[in-house]
Design a protein around this ligand. Structure first.
Ligand SMILES: Cc1cc2nc3c(=O)[nH]c(=O)nc-3n(C[C@H](O)[C@H](O)[C@H](O)COP(=O)(O)OP(=O)(O)OC[C@H]3O[C@@H](n4cnc5c(N)ncnc54)[C@H](O)[C@@H]3O)c2cc1C
Length: 171
């Protein structure tokens, strides 16, 4: 199973503890924004001070992928978590204010996408044995669990974990 596991925590195939653990999976609310700007910056970068929980909602990473557009009008992709629920400013207005502060005037929104990003469990659930349980039930009734919550973030990690399952249980 490589789909979001918490959606299937109610299946009869699980024991009670597995159901409990799968229900504990949470996500980060993450956004990507494509903006057309007049002067595309080179490459990509991270705004380190915006990585703190107090700065949630502000731009964390910017990315200009196409070398030929540098210095002229083109697309920049920005990444940001959702602002806290109590924030009075909308997530898009926060980004626009950041762009103004960075001196990027006249940025035009091309597209915005919201993602449920980076599944995780909190430290209490880790202490209670979330991953020990996942490992214990791998292969039970011919069912294997994989995907980001098991392997960690990134496509490469997902591939490594699938390879591990193949080598451990099938060859
Ligand atoms: C905006 C963004 C940018 C990223 N950039 C990078 C990057 O540059 N490099 C990198 O390595 N990683 C990147 N990642 C992380 C990477 O995408 C994930 O780590 C990886 O895709 C996780 O793989 P997965 O199989 O767990 O989940 P997914 O790839 O999300 O696959 C889950 C699958 O389950 C399916 N599904 C959902 N619900 C159901 C259901 N009810 N029934 C059946 N199927 C269902 C979905 O359609 C999907 O195909 C990025 C993530 C995001 C959100």
């Amino acid at each position: 199973m490589a789909c979001p596991l918490e959606q299937f925590s109610n299946l009869d195939i699980w024991d009670e503890k597995t159901r409990y653990f799968l229900d504990k999976i949470k996500y980060q609310d993450f956004n990507t924004y494509g903006f057309i700007v007049d002067r595309v910056p080179r490459g990509c970068g991270c705004i380190l001070e915006n990585l703190s929980p107090q700065r949630k909602g502000h731009i964390t990473i910017w990315d200009a992928r196409w070398e030929e557009g540098v210095g002229s009008q083109g697309l920049v992709v920005l990444y940001a978590y959702d602002p806290p629920k109590e924030s009075k400013i909308s997530r898009l207005d926060l980004i626009k204010a950041d762009l103004d502060e960075l001196g990027v005037g006249q940025a035009r929104l091309y597209q915005a996408r919201h993602w449920k990003h980076h599944p995780y469990v909190d430290s209490q659930t880790l202490k209670e044995g979330f991953y020990e349980k996942i490992n214990q039930i791998q292969g039970r009734d011919g069912i294997f669990l994989t995907g980001e919550i098991v392997s960690g973030l990134s496509i490469e990690n997902a591939i490594w974990h699938s390879k591990y399952l193949l080598e451990e249980f099938f060859f």
